[in-house]
Each structure stands twice: as structure tokens, then as C-alpha cells.
Design a protein. Structure first.
Ligand SMILES: Cc1ncc(COP(=O)(O)O)c(C=O)c1O
Length: 384
């Protein structure tokens, strides 16, 4: 049967490495999984306790509201003011979503249709390129390494309705400055497009870098939308709590669409998330510190293996250029060899788009001891 929309999607490259990982494990091999960016750090205790308490109350078993309960919207607005200096009206400028991923996918439905263009730098987190396509739009992809200059060039030729960016960036780990964000907002106002910023790694940054919110730029209120999530900041991946924030008419449009599609996240999760945002202020920096020490372990282990990589200033990933002698192989072949010969699963850069093939991505989702084990095995592979 010919299926609609999904048949035209590119094959999910990560599935190839995943399949090999499963086969190796079935054979009894130990595979250290630094592929999928699935956080392994437990969620805050306060979140779990409040979830249990709220789940015991039958009133919370009913349908919730798709836009998110008022207290949750207030709590995220308070965090935005405290952490990013951005004041938001929780009534009109905040909607809760089932993670940033769902928020982004449905946002595209209300923003674009056939005939529209969306600019998404490549490589990118897969849903960034797929969501506009599912909504019928054409995607134009300047090289992510070209930064704002490459986006500006693409905007002049492609005349997009939407430009989708994300900093700290998955997979390249590039970070943005407040001045860079201001340039993007100025560009959006000059060329009349909507800027969408996926801020999933808002709180995961190192070495003194503090990721700026796009919404803090002058004039962002007119042309910008930001996605925020508890997934990485509070290590709450499975809870599926994200937010769409910013320009009120856009937030309202998404909320209207979602009122037809869902009844919101299970209410005890929304209640627990509210309390977490209000009480677990130190949790994001604790999570960050864990990723930082894993990053350092991986970078120094790779250096010892003869694979020098620039330490990232944000995200929970290390984006490693293929070592010279493996460059001709391409990222998928190298990822398969790393899995087969070193027992280390990574994500091949090609899975993030054409611009990614010169790299593989390590996710910092195993502890330092396992990371040490991984780099020792990689050292042996590279020494041959
Ligand atoms: C850039 C980016 N956006 C969004 C997500 C997913 O966020 P959520 O769990 O809130 O859907 C990820 C997860 O890896 C990501 O890397």
C-alpha cells in the first residue's frame, strides 16, 4: 500500500546502527551505547514525589487541557523571567506541548502549507527537516557551519515563511551569542518571516557559556517563537513536557489546533512539572555538571586514542570529525565499524542531513567509567 506523507520521508539512517547494536547484543557482546540522545540521569525526586501524590487523586484522572494547566504555564513564565530575563504572559504567550518535538511538528501545521518554504540549516535534528515537509512545505538547507551569514543568504534567495534554528545545536553543538540572536530577529523583521527557535538545550552549557533565549532579542515579540522543554534541563525525557512560547497569535493558533488533537499531558505530570519548575532550581546545573565531566572524559579519552575533538560548549553531545584515514569511508560505515569492532554505538552524521557526513555524534548518556571503556576500545581500533 502507498502511504501518505511517510513514504516520501528519507530512510531513518540511525536504524541501521541500532539494528547492528541489537544483533551484537543478541550475540552476547557488550555495546556501549553513545548513539541515541536518551538522557540516563534520573528526574528530580520532587517531580517523582509530586507525580505519585497527584496520581492518587482521582480528580487528576480526567481529561486535562491541551494548552496546559494555568499553574504550569505560570511556572514556566516565572522560570523564563528568572533565567533568561524574558517576560511572558502565561495566558497568551505560553502553551504546553507533549515535548518540544510534538510542539514543533504541530506548529508547522499552522504555519506552512504547499508552496511555502522553510529554511533549516543542515545538519539538523531530524524533525526539524521533517516537520515542515509533513506540513507540505519545501525545505531549503544552508550549511549550519555558515551560521547567521549562510541563513541570511538563504533567506534572500528562498524568501521563506519560516526559519528554524536551534542553539546550542544538535548535532553540531554550535552555540549562539545574544548578538547573533539579535541579527536573526533583525533579519526576520526585514524579510518578514517567522523565526522558530528550538531551545531544547537552554540549560545545557559549559565553560561559562549561558545560552541566550531568542525571545530576549529586541523586536522578538513580533516575529519569534521558542520551544522549551523539561527533557534535557530536568532530565525528564519520558514525561513529555515542552512549551511553545512567544508571539501570541502563533501560540493561540497552535493551541486551537491542539484543542482538536489532544487533551494535554496527563494532569499529574503537569502538576509535578509545575512544582519541579518552581522548586528544583538547582537541578539543571547539577545535570549540566554531569554532562560536563562526561564530556571531559570523552574528549580526553579520544585525544589519547589519537582522535582530537574540540570540546563542545553546549548540548549533551560531542560532534567528532571523522579521523583522517576514515574520511573516505563516510560516517555510516565508520559508525558500523565502531559498533562491530569497538563495541561502541554512535550516530552517523549523515543521519542529520547532507551536511553531517563528515562527522559522527557521541551522546553523553553513559557514565564516565563506561566512556573510558569506550575510548580504550576506540584507541585499539584506531591503532590497527
Ligand atoms: C534539538 C532537539 N529538539 C527537541 C528534542 C526533543 O525534545 P522533547 O523531548 O522535548 O520532545 C531533542 C532531543 O534530542 C533535540 O535534540
Amino acid at each position: 500500500m502507498k502511504f501518505c506523507r511517510i513514504d516520501d520521508l528519507p530512510p531513518y539512517v540511525f536504524a541501521t546502527v541500532d539494528q547492528l547494536k541489537r544483533e551484537l547484543r543478541r550475540e552476547g557482546r557488550d555495546v556501549i551505547d553513545l548513539g541515541f540522545g536518551n538522557p540516563d540521569i534520573p528526574s528530580p525526586a520532587v517531580a517523582v514525589e509530586k507525580l505519585r501524590e497527584a496520581a492518587l487523586n482521582p480528580r487528576n484522572h480526567r481529561y486535562s487541557v491541551s494548552r496546559g494547566i494555568e499553574q504550569l504555564r505560570r511556572a514556566v513564565a516565572e522560570r523564563y523571567e528568572r533565567s533568561f530575563g524574558v517576560v511572558l504572559d502565561p495566558e497568551t504567550q505560553v502553551a504546553s506541548t507533549i515535548g518540544a518535538k510534538e510542539g514543533l511538528a504541530h506548529l508547522m501545521w499552522v504555519l506552512v502549507e504547499g508552496g511555502d518554504t522553510v529554511v533549516v540549516p543542515t545538519p539538523a535534528y531530524p524533525i526539524h527537516r521533517v516537520a515542515p515537509r509533513l506540513a507540505g512545505a519545501t525545505v531549503v538547507s544552508p550549511a549550519a557551519e555558515g551560521g547567521v551569514d549562510a541563513i541570511a543568504e538563504a533567506v534572500r534567495t528562498a524568501r521563506p515563511k519560516v526559519v528554524l534554528v536551534s542553539y546550542p545545536h544538535n548535532p553540531t553543538t554550535a552555540v549562539a551569542t545574544a548578538a547573533g540572536m539579535q541579527r536573526l530577529v533583525d533579519l526576520a523583521r526585514e524579510h518578514d518571516f517567522l523565526l522558530v527557535h528550538d531551545f531544547a538545550y537552554a540549560d545545557v552549557a559549559f565553560d561559562g557559556h549561558r545560552p541566550p533565549s531568542l525571545l530576549a532579542a529586541d523586536g522578538a515579540g513580533e516575529c519569534a517563537i521558542e520551544l522549551y522543554s523539561l527533557t534535557k534541563s530536568f532530565s525528564m525525557a519520558g514525561w513529555r513536557v515542552g512549551f511553545v512560547l512567544g508571539r501570541a497569535d502563533v501560540v493561540g493558533a497552535l493551541a486551537k489546533l491542539k484543542s482538536y488533537l489532544d487533551y494535554g499531558t496527563f494532569q499529574p505530570i503537569q502538576i509535578a512539572s509545575t512544582v519541579t519548575l518552581r522548586e528544583a532550581h538547582d537541578y539543571p546545573s547539577e545535570v549540566c555538571e554531569i554532562y560536563r565531566s562526561r564530556r571531559d572524559a570523552l574528549i580526553s579519552g579520544l585525544a589519547r586514542a589519537g582522535w582530537p575533538v574540540e570540546p563542545p560548549r553546549g548540548t549533551m553531545f560531542v560532534w567528532a570529525p571523522l579521523p583522517e584515514r576514515f574520511r573516505a569511508l563516510g560516517s555510516l560505515e565508520l559508525a558500523l565499524r565502531l559498533a562491530r569492532e569497538a563495541g561502541v554505538a554512535v550516530s552517523p552524521g549523515i543521519g542529520f542531513g547532507e551536511g553531517g557526513d563528515g562527522h559522527v555524534r557521541f551522546a553523553l548518556v553513559e557514565n564516565e567509567q563506561r566512556i573510558g571503556q569506550a575510548t580504550r576500545a576506540i584507541r585499539k581500533l584506531l591503532a590497527h
